[in-house]
Design a protein around this ligand. Structure first.
Ligand code: G6P
Ligand code: ZN
Length: 543
């Protein structure tokens, strides 16, 4: 057993995207590839000597190897302590919580989130700061710079640690605490929500289905929903995390969680349904016969959060990513709360949460969360919904209908065009960008364009500026189209088109969103020339 330094030549393209570095698993499996990126992470935070890190991942293929590599490197570079989830497992929100709870210097999370897992699928790694949140751009840029210039890495060479047993061991001079990945997180949930009220509702026959999609939330959901809240055994399906997620695509949306969708849309379905993604930070919630769009979910949660003990004193403010619908804005306005519009990516909420300016955050990409951690949190959102359902004693459909009648409804949909050739997608966006200044006043599909711009964000806390965060076309009637290229894909480019149209509470509130949005969809295709540039006339995924 010894400390070894290994010379390396830098790899190209180790540039963190929306949420860390994501590549095909086999890319990560190349000799020294992961090591180089981990070395760059360490460099970007001034080294790990004397520091404590949380380490864990969503259990996908290569998670086990990656955890051992990171431990060996941390030990070889003088880290004082590592806190690792048993089996190398931690959901993203649980990792965020452990970082905060133990006041560590940060943590490394292994996941490609909602992307499929397996030897031929995707892997990823990201660093979270001592506040529990994803590294900000200044740090990810430093990481990328470090990947370009490093020449060696150091590790402590030793046999693999047995991570299967909850225990405290040492690796060289580093202490390694192998902890229950679920317990602290579940305890935190008990402090936020009215567990007795939810338990009583389950005891009275309330039924639920939680689809863990063979990913990391299985053990969390079983412990919280079945063991602590008394939901029927078997409420959680696909509950065992598997390295390839059992072949499932662990993205909780109507397309990929189709089993759950089918069950919930049937007339004999359970009262409440939910699913989570690979690493447990995303969620989809459903009622019997009712789909809750993520944008509406944020708005409903904001309007009702005071019903949960953790938020009984009210919330400080709401933040949503720019492409998320304006539904939450209506709630903020009615409740006299500040509302912030940030670029896509949970990291942009961190400063607002740290400064106490917002309590709830949400994104159209099936992410909702609060200031309890610094990541979005799938199970948290499900529990807040359960708390609201238990206190109000109504169905999801009734709660939605009342919400829309009070605040109006933002008909909303996202259309994704996947794996298009990157240069064609770039050309389309560039052409649109070049035309932006001339679009105001033009009429499309009977609607007049009020303004068109490229979203830029100035962080109200630290003044940092993020440009080119999505092209927005705003119409006179308040409707909106947003175009953005995904920052999380691993193959070609994914074009996302976000569509939002507001109808007041007195209007027609029960339309199919695709019908309500039809003119806007046509306008979106025409304005950007989607078919001309990409050859696609219909999306691959609609959420
Ligand atoms: C990850 C981030 C989210 C973000 C999403 C956007 O899930 O954690 O905060 O909304 O990526 O992904 P995209 O593919 O649209 O860049
Ligand atoms: Zn995720």
């Amino acid at each position: 057993m010894m400390i070894r330094t290994i010379p390396v030549t830098p790899f190209d393209g180790q540039k963190p995207g929306t949420s860390g570095l994501r590549k095909k698993t086999r890319v990560f499996m190349q000799p020294h590839y992961l090591e180089c990126f981990v070395q760059a992470i360490f460099a970007s935070i001034g080294g790990v000597a004397g520091k404590t890190l949380v380490i864990g991942g969503d259990g996908r293929f290569y998670n086990d190897r990656a955890v051992q590599i990171i431990l060996a490197m941390a030990a070889g570079q003088g880290a004082a302590r590592a806190i690792v989830g048993q089996g190398g497992l931690l959901s993203t929100p649980a990792a965020s919580h452990l970082i905060r709870l133990n006041k560590t210097d940060g943590g490394i999370i292994l996941s490609a989130s909602h992307n499929p897992g397996g030897e031929d699928e995707d892997f990823g790694i990201k660093f979270n700061m001592s506040n529990g949140g994803p590294a900000p751009e200044s740090v990810t840029e430093a990481m990328y710079a470090a990947t370009r210039s490093l020449s060696e890495y150091t590790l402590f060479e030793a046999p693999d640690l047995d991570l299967g047993r909850i225990s405290t061991v040492t690796l060289g001079d580093m202490q390694v605490d192998i902890v229950d990945p679920v317990a602290d997180y579940a305890d935190l949930m008990e402090t936020l929500f009215d567990f007795p009220a939810i338990r009583a509702r389950f005891a009275a026959g309330f039924t639920m289905r939680f689809d863990a999609m063979c990913a990391i939330t299985g053990p969390y959901a079983v412990e919280v929903l079945e063991n602590r809240l008394g939901a029927a055994k078997g409420t959680v399906t696909h509950a065992t995390p598997l390295p390839d997620f059992g072949g499932m695509h662990p993205d909780p949306n109507p397309t990929w969680a189709h089993e759950l969708m089918a069950e919930m849309m049937g007339k004999d379905g359970p009262d409440f349904g939910a699913a989570s993604d690979g690493d447990g930070d995303r969620n989809m919630v459903l009622g019997r016969g009712a789909y809750v769009s993520p944008s509406d979910s944020l708005a409903v949660l904001a309007a009702n959060a005071h019903l949960a003990p953790g938020y009984a004193g009210g919330i400080a403010g709401i933040a949503r990513s720019m492409p998320t619908s304006g539904a939450a804005d209506r709630v903020a306005e009615a409740m006299g709360l500040p509302c912030f519009e940030t670029p896509t990516g949970w990291k942009f909420f961190g400063n607002l949460l740290d400064a106490g300016r917002v309590t709830l955050c949400g994104e159209e990409s099936f992410g909702t969360g609060s200031d309890h951690v610094r990541e979005k949190d799938g199970l948290w959102a499900v529990l807040l919904w359960l708390n609201i359902l238990a206190v109000r004693g109504q169905s999801v459909a009734e709660i939605l209908a009342e919400h829309w009648a009070r605040f109006g409804r933002n008909y909303y949909s996202r259309h994704d065009f996947e794996a298009i050739e990157a240069d064609k997608a770039d050309a389309m966006i560039a052409a649109l960008r070049a035309r932006l200044s001339g679009l105001a006043g033009q009429k499309v599909q009977g609607m007049t364009i009020r303004t068109a711009d490229d979203f830029a964000y100035t962080d109200p806390v630290d003044g940092s500026v993020s440009k080119q965060q999505g092209i927005r076309i705003l119409f006179e009637d308040g409707s909106r189209v947003v175009y953005r290229l995904s920052g999380t894909g691993t193959e070609g480019a994914t074009l996302r088109v976000y569509l939002d149209r507001y109808t007041p509470g007195t209007g027609d509130l029960q339309l199919d969103p695709q019908v309500a949005l039809a003119p806007l969809i046509k306008a979106a295709h025409g304005l950007a020339g989607i078919a001309e540039y990409t050859g696609r006339s219909s999306p691959d995924v609609i959420t």
